[in-house]
Design a protein around this ligand. Structure first.
Ligand SMILES: [Zn+2]
Length: 347
């Protein structure tokens, strides 16, 4: 329970309602203030509760478009159960066009939140203690952010528990992206501090995506967000219609990229501008040059080469080119045609 965040609409009532999460706030200009986050609820009889979340990072837009469109289009009669939609979790970051909130907070490192913390902490706490517990399914739609460009994909973290892993893989495939990326836990990050980490800890069915990046949204990636979200909702049984696979709608079978292992991630070694030398989705060989760092401050500085540490496919490349040592510039995954072919070698 949260005493610092409340909903202006009854999330348990039948029918469609729109309103706000009201979060206690206090600023230099307004000591007694509230901060509002739009929320939409559609409930119609018995069925699962699905929580659709976007704008976790402010500079990732496909999910915000898809969630806002869904909220406008859905009627009571379309739903079998309940759909709760927050089209933009990180309002302040989205308005600033940035990944982080103006306070410097990464909302996706704020979990499980804090009831009496900053606005972002209070919101994370409300999600952890109110919205996740009432939900069967949590969807968290991401798009890379300014720094990176992903092959538009749905993805999952390789769960140690086989049953959980199979469940996550089914969710991953429901988005019908051309590629599905399998990630390790993020280095130097407590997985429990992530929104999906907290949802998974609570045993929720989880859908996560990275539908592009570089701080832009294309027509194609936005359409992928909208179509994938609908198919995912059909898979959950919370809207009508039969879910279909990529092959059933005439597309090529998906490619699975295993991004685990010590040689998948490639980081900048110098400060400068990073140039992608190999395109997204292209196959590379170990020891091939995949990128260059141009130092730019002097006319005669050597160009630094970034070398592939393993054979595979470029699944993630650099978006915003300015880099410093330690910034990830590329992730190379090993391709598989089926999730069953991927071995449990790293767990
Ligand atoms: Zn993100």
């Amino acid at each position: 329970m949260s005493s610092t965040v409340s909903s202006s609409i009854d999330l348990n009532a039948e029918g469609k309602a729109t309103g706000y999460l009201i979060i206690g706030d206090s600023t230099n200009n307004s000591g007694w203030a509230s901060f509002s986050v739009p929320i939409i609820k559609i409930k119609n009889g018995a069925g699962p509760t699905v929580l659709v979340l976007a704008g976790n990072h402010g500079d990732e837009y496909e999910g915000q478009f898809a969630a806002a469109t869904l909220a406008h289009e859905l009627k009571d009669s379309d739903v079998r159960g309940r759909i709760i939609i927050i089209p933009c979790l990180s309002q302040e970051a989205s308005k600033a066009g940035t990944r982080l909130w103006p306070t410097g907070i990464n909302f996706n490192r704020s979990f499980p939140g804090e009831e009496n913390g900053a606005v972002s902490d209070k919101l994370a706490h409300y999600l952890s203690t109110e919205l996740f517990p009432m939900s069967d399914v949590v969807m968290d739609i991401h798009s890379g952010g300014r720094g990176m460009y992903f092959i538009p994909c749905s993805h999952m973290v390789w769960a140690k528990d086989k049953i959980q892993r199979v469940k996550m893989a089914e969710s991953m495939m429901a988005w019908n992206t051309s590629h599905h990326l399998i990630f390790p836990e993020q280095p130097g990050t407590d997985p429990a501090s992530l929104l999906p980490g907290e949802a998974e800890r609570q045993g929720k069915t989880l859908f996560t995506t990275e539908l592009g990046g570089s701080g832009i949204a294309t027509f194609e990636t936005t359409q992928l967000a909208k179509d994938g979200l609908k198919n995912a909702l059909r898979t959950c049984g919370v809207i009508g219609g039969v879910p279909k696979s990529r092959v059933q709608i005439g597309l090529s079978a998906p490619i699975f990229l295993d991004m685990r292992g010590p040689n998948a991630y490639h980081s900048a070694t110098h400060t400068g501008l990073y140039e992608n030398i190999v395109g997204l989705g292209k196959a590379v060989k170990k020891d091939e040059v995949i990128g260059l760092i141009h130092e730019m401050d002097h006319p005669n500085t050597d160009i630094v080469e970034i070398i592939a540490k393993q054979d595979g496919i470029i699944g993630v490349m650099r978006g915003f080119p300015r880099v410093k040592p330690g910034d990830v510039v590329a992730v190379i995954g090993k391709p598989f045609s089926s999730i069953d072919e991927i071995q449990d070698i790293f767990s």
